[in-house]
Design a protein around this ligand. Structure first.
Ligand code: F6P
Length: 398
């Protein structure tokens, strides 16, 4: 064994039969990542109720802030990106996701800091909460009850939303996101109403049902997405700012759960540069040399290829509320699909559904979340325990 691989197990090639064996799935998922991920709808309802009990209305006492900083790392940091995209380009104040300890130098009494941590003890969220308090900024904190973050919030007399801890943090995206959105709503910065929350929760429930372990690969969109990605280098592009947040989230879960390298981002940006990947060693050049008669079971792993996942916003956002005209986003998404087809690069498309921005985001996140777990399981990897993260923390002494 190579030094440092203790605790690392799994197999290089995905075993697709595992995915249709519910007992094997359960054995390989001892921490219950599938179960935790299926709780997205329940997390939305629970966090909405917890936020209603916290006194968020005090946030509005000092009027509209100059800026809102969402401080946290990993999944907690992603909630800042979600807020920025749900608030949209018409948001009257800057919404900034901040991922290092402390707060930006300009933060002061005119600003609001939302500190988020699934464990309630990340140095980034704690450092930001302390700094916000010192500088007289309005503070809101989101984390588990009785955590260090709660103590800082109490010292600062700041609202605290006690979101129950689910390990790992990436299984808590919805539980952490909803309080952030509701804090911003109390400040008058986003329009998220009770119906949006209920519909988002229902959407997450329905997707969890479609992606349940007992649903076989040919009817289960997450299992088929996972099997399509197996052995590839995934490229995940979002057609709109909202879809690009979902793309980055898929990058988080593909890396942490399935341990796949992945390129993610916004199609608008990719179209001016990274789209060139489709022509390269893992794209058109590999596809051009592919022997279509070769036995796929005899694969050596040397023919690693790109697989494009396109997250399309579906054309539901009102044009006057968007960064770019919808038609431009749609044309770009059609164009990249054509490009991939011309080069033989396979492409999966997930199209957003639902009325509100939050529900559309949920519809782009849910199936990929499950797919990342099924991909891990097909490789015999425990999607929850990531030895490299633990080892990294130990070595860096965090
Ligand atoms: O949400 P927390 O507990 O502050 O942790 C931040 C990040 O650090 C990790 O625990 C990894 O160390 C991630 O799982 C998490 O998203």
């Amino acid at each position: 064994m190579i030094d440092g691989t203790a605790g690392v197990s799994g197999h290089r090639h995905a075993d697709d039969r595992l995915l249709d064996d519910p007992q094997a799935l359960a054995e390989r998922d001892p921490g219950g990542m599938l179960r935790h991920t299926a709780s997205g709808g329940a997390q939305v309802r629970e966090s909405a109720a917890l936020a209603a009990e916290a006194n968020l209305s005090v946030l509005a006492d000092d009027g509209r802030p100059r800026a809102v900083v969402i401080a946290g790392i990993g999944t907690a940091g992603r909630t800042g990106d979600v807020l920025a995209t749900v608030a949209g380009p018409r948001c009257p104040v800057p919404v900034i996701a901040h991922r290092s300890a402390g707060v930006p130098g300009w933060v002061g009494a005119a600003d609001v800091v939302i500190a988020v941590s699934a464990s309630g003890r990340s140095p980034e969220a704690l450092g930001a909460a302390e700094a916000a308090h010192r500088r007289g900024a309005r503070l809101v904190a989101v984390g588990p009850a009785d955590s260090q973050l709660q103590s800082v919030a109490e010292r600062a007399r700041a609202p605290f939303i006690p979101v129950p801890r689910r390990a790992p943090a990436r299984a808590s995206l919805w539980g952490l996101t909803v309080p952030v959105l509701l804090a911003a709503r109390a400040l008058g910065l986003v329009k998220v109403n009770e119906a949006d929350l209920a519909e988002t929760a229902a959407r997450l429930d329905a997707d969890a049902d479609r992606c349940r372990p007992s649903a076989e690969s040919f009817v289960n969109p997450a299992k088929s997405l996972a099997l399509g990605l197996a052995g590839s280098i995934p490229i995940v592009w979002g057609s709109s700012p909202l879809a690009s947040v979902a793309a980055r989230r898929f990058g988080d879960t593909l890396s942490a759960n399935a341990r796949y390298p992945v390129v993610t981002g916004a199609l608008g940006e990719a179209g001016r540069g990274r789209v060139g990947l489709l022509d390269g060693v893992f794209g058109g050049l590999a596809e051009g040399e592919r022997d279509i008669f070769a036995d796929p079971d005899a694969s050596t792993g040397e023919e690693t290829r790109l697989r494009l996942v396109l997250l399309r916003d579906g054309g539901l956002n009102a044009e006057d509320d968007a960064d770019e005209p919808l038609a431009v986003e749609e044309r770009r998404a059609d164009a990249v699909q054509t490009l991939a087809e011309r080069r033989g690069v396979r492409c999966d498309v997930v199209t957003a559904e639902g009325g509100s921005a939050l529900e559309r985001l949920a519809s782009l996140v849910a199936v990929p979340d499950f797919a990342s777990i099924y991909l891990a399981l097909a490789h015999g990897l425990d999607p929850m325990a990531v030895p490299a993260i633990t080892e990294m923390k130990e070595l860096a002494n965090q």
